[in-house]
Design a protein around this ligand. Structure first.
Ligand code: HEC
Length: 191
């Protein structure tokens, strides 16, 4: 190999290596991702609480059915990112995970089965965009719609859920279980 070729190869090698995130970038996207996920959870949660007050699960499920995705999209526009909630046990099949999300979910499930804590992950996705992932754990207030049928989820609620989501897999959770993940793409960061 002549000298020029060697320089060229070294250059390509170095520039391809720079296609990973720096420590500062990881920190920046972790902070932003957490803020966006929290704000979106709050937005969905406050709307849900109001609907539950109005008419319990009977009102809240149809509300989630038509509004959960548009509300998430509204937050995506606000923060100029793409926000998705996905899961290994889906209620709405439109929230289906892609290959990268499946890997993240499986990794979290594995850590959880070993009793380890779950932390957000920031990495470049296949398209080269910075991507934030974080676990969504089941809280007490989620049980009425995602807990055990006949115990937390009444039979009546179950039939309402079933009528909107005939393929629902998102019941039977206990407090603290992994319900799914946040998957946030920083689209604007791509040059
Ligand atoms: C009033 C019932 C209700 C409550 C309470 C509720 N959910 Fe849901 N959840 C739903 C419905 C309905 C959907 C499907 C929304 C859609 O069509 O996008 C859903 C979807 C989800 C999804 C998206 C993945 C999927 O399976 O489609 C996640 C994640 C989720 N819920 C987590 C939670 C968490 C965490 C809580 C508590 C903080 C909670 N939910 C409380 C009814 C509820």
């Amino acid at each position: 190999m002549n000298k020029i070729a060697l320089v060229l190869v070294t250059f390509i090698f170095l520039t391809s290596c720079s296609k990973s995130l720096s420590k500062d970038e990881v920190e920046k996207y972790t902070i932003q991702g957490k803020e966006i996920a929290e704000a979106t959870a709050k937005k969905l949660g406050s709307n849900l609480v109001e609907k539950m007050k109005d008419g319990g699960v009977t009102e809240a499920v149809p509300f989630c059915n038509t509004k959960a995705i548009p509300l998430t999209e509204e937050m995506s526009e606000k923060f100029n990112v793409s926000i998705k909630r996905t899961s290994h046990l889906l209620r709405n099949t439109d929230n289906r995970p892609n290959d990268e999300e499946v890997l993240v979910i499986n990794n979290y499930r594995d850590l959880m089965s070993k009793g380890k804590g779950l932390k957000p992950v920031v990495e470049l996705d296949k398209a080269g965009s910075p991507h934030f992932y974080a676990p969504i754990l089941l809280q007490k207030k989620c049980l009425a719609c995602h807990g055990e049928i006949g115990v937390d989820v009444t039979k009546k609620s179950d039939s309402i859920i079933e009528s909107h989501y005939p393929k629902d897999l998102a019941t039977g959770f206990k407090e603290g279980d992994l319900r799914g993940i946040w998957s946030i793409t920083f689209i604007s960061a791509v040059e």
